[in-house]
Design a protein around this ligand. Structure first.
Ligand SMILES: [Zn+2]
Length: 101
């Protein structure tokens, strides 16, 4: 099957009742995704932010060699948002003179 994060061809190592373990050689490494998250992502046509998710996995591997991405983690840190951050820039910021040097 495909990597759930970057969609490269990858190996599904193990499928349990509550999660699937995937080994992606394209850069994501080994991780687990909760079955609930997979289901709800498919239902809503959502996708991972690849860079953010890989970063998150890297950090999580300090504690857990094969991190489990839960629905909670996804909502808090990993949901791919096209809009929002950029439009949230305060208009006053652009009026401030740029101090170079
Ligand atoms: Zn991948």
């Amino acid at each position: 099957m495909k990597c759930l994060i970057c969609h490269a061809v990858s190996n599904t190592v193990h499928v349990a009742e509550d999660w699937s373990e995937v080994a992606c050689s394209a850069g994501c490494g080994r991780f687990r995704v909760s079955a609930n998250l997979i289901k709800s992502m498919k239902g809503r046509n959502e996708s991972f932010d690849i860079e953010r998710t890989r970063q998150w996995l890297k950090m999580s591997r300090n504690d857990e060699p094969v991190p489990l991405i839960s629905r909670y983690d996804y909502n808090v840190a990993l949901l791919h948002r096209d809009t929002g951050e950029k439009s949230a820039i305060a208009p006053s910021r652009s009026r401030q003179p740029l101090t170079s040097d």
